[in-house]
Design a protein around this ligand. Structure first.
Ligand code: CA
Ligand code: CA
Length: 467
């Protein structure tokens, strides 16, 4: 009986822990069209074939038309063929991207104009040799489409498609699927939540605790207000501005009471307070999908510091608010502006995008600090920098494995990290000589003692013979 209770308890603990650590992402299609005003396209040259009846302008690669005969549709970008060609897309700032789709010509007779390409991405403007290579080869199965999927995310501002030999490059469209991440999962420790009143023990923080459970009566994971004063409100202050693309709002899972979320109005503010209905109105929750939640893709991404949710004449129950953003959201191991700073968190999860603080306070060996970005001090290495290296002449050692930067250890130390003590050669010689003297003295003493005893034996023998 007890073991079954223990098992259930451990299972519940696991589910709760797992829910807290899960990281939600939301793909948003198509970034290029949504930010078109900021996008620019350049090419190594522009074809003049059949111009002006058609157009091969670089802008055709982002005109949102990608099927049809390019000789008449005026929807493809093409180079002249006199140089190793390239086309470059500048998104205006760094974005987090999950999928890149590159469309070639729809007429197979000219497939060679978009085969054998290399795709590079970068945070800085690309030239003929720079950037990170993310694809090299041909389209699959003679398709007119390249579809590149990131294993985690691509993070870049510039994208360049190149061919290595002088030839024509024709690209009919470039589409980009933006990858956004659950912003509050990174800000739980710093965001400030509040609400108009509290029903029983259901505090405002429960609406951002990351727990995938909407059973308000049992999970202790939803925020709940009283019905009065009206309107009921809940708000979160992110403490700085972020760009939000999608809002996902979860209410309670029991059907009878999902009116505690329906009809709520959601606002975004650029100050710390968003509870009064001021700021930018985003949407009203009209109906609850799957009885528990409501998802809103914002047509125009909103830049805001705080979000407020208001409901008139009823209890307001929010089991979870998820804000999807890609602002300054770095890949695992990076943080800071443009994601140029490293964090070395042992949990292998993203660190705080601003401060670098790890979600779990444990660093990889060789690193310490809340962002795990401080290398061990001179002479220290390993987990928590708790080990010491003793390299020759006070030389430094590697902060991770303790390997010395020179071949030799300081006197008295050995091992690859010079952290194992050894016995000094002079001491060894002293101990050896000292030991030898002791042995010699012992031998002499034994000999003298024996000779002395031997002199008395005849008397004893005499005594025995006499007996
Ligand atoms: Ca096009
Ligand atoms: Ca919750």
């Amino acid at each position: 009986m007890y073991s079954r209770i223990t098992y259930v308890f451990i299972l519940l603990l696991y589910l709760r822990y797992h829910a807290v650590l899960s990281q939600k992402t939301m793909p948003v299609d198509n970034l290029v069209q949504r930010i078109k005003a900021q996008v620019s396209v350049t090419m190594s040259s522009t074809s003049n074939y059949n111009v002006p009846d058609t157009s091969w302008d670089s802008y055709n690669a982002v005109d949102n038309v990608y099927l049809g005969d390019p000789n008449t549709c005026r929807c493809c970008a093409s180079t002249s063929g006199t140089e190793p060609p390239w086309i470059q897309l500048d998104l205006g700032r760094i974005y987090r991207v999950s999928v890149i789709r590159i469309f070639g010509r729809s007429d197979e007779a000219n497939m060679d104009q978009y085969q054998d390409i290399s795709v590079y991405v970068s945070n800085t403007s690309l030239t003929g040799t720079s950037g990170m290579l993310i694809y090299n080869g041909n389209t699959k199965n003679n398709s007119h489409l390249y579809e590149l999927h990131a294993s985690s995310s691509y993070l870049f501002r510039y994208l360049m498609i190149r061919r290595s030999v002088s030839s024509v490059l024709t690209i009919c469209e470039i589409k980009i699927v933006q990858d956004t991440i659950d912003l509050l999962s990174l800000l739980r420790k710093t965001a400030i939540t509040s609400q108009s009143s509290m029903f029983m023990d259901n505090p405002p923080y429960n609406a951002i605790d990351g727990i995938d459970n909407y059973d308000v009566d049992h999970c202790n994971c939803c925020s709940v207000t009283q019905a009065t004063p009206s309107p009921s409100w809940w708000q979160v202050d992110l403490r700085e501005n972020y760009t939000i693309y999608v809002v996902e709002l979860y209410g309670r899972s029991d059907l009878d009471n999902n009116n505690q979320l329906q009809g709520v109005k959601v606002y975004a503010c650029n100050t710390s307070n968003c509870s009064s209905g001021s700021g930018k109105f985003l949407f009203t929750v009209q109906k609850i999908v799957n009885s528990t939640h409501s998802v809103h893709f914002l047509n125009d991404p909103v830049v805001a510091q705080s979000f407020g949710i208001r409901l008139y004449g009823n209890v307001l129950t929010i089991c979870e608010l998820i804000l999807y953003s890609d602002d300054n959201i770095c890949n695992v191991g990076w943080f800071g502006k443009s994601c140029f700073q490293r964090c070395h968190c042992a949990d292998n999860k993203v660190c705080n995008s601003t401060t670098g603080e790890c979600q779990t306070p444990l660093c990889f060996p060789g690193w310490v600090g809340s962002a795990c970005n401080e290398s061990c001090s001179h002479g220290k290495f390993g987990q928590n920098c708790a080990s010491e290296c003793h390299c020759y002449n006070g030389s430094s050692c590697n902060n991770i494995d303790g390997l010395c930067s020179v071949d030799h250890c300081a006197s008295g130390w050995q091992g690859s990290s010079c952290s194992q003590g050894t016995i000094n050669a002079g001491k060894v010689a002293g101990i050896t000589i000292g030991g030898a003297i002791v042995v010699v003295c012992f031998v002499i003493y034994v000999c003298v003692f024996k000779r002395k005893n031997n002199k008395g034996i005849p008397y004893k023998r005499v005594d025995k013979m006499a007996g």
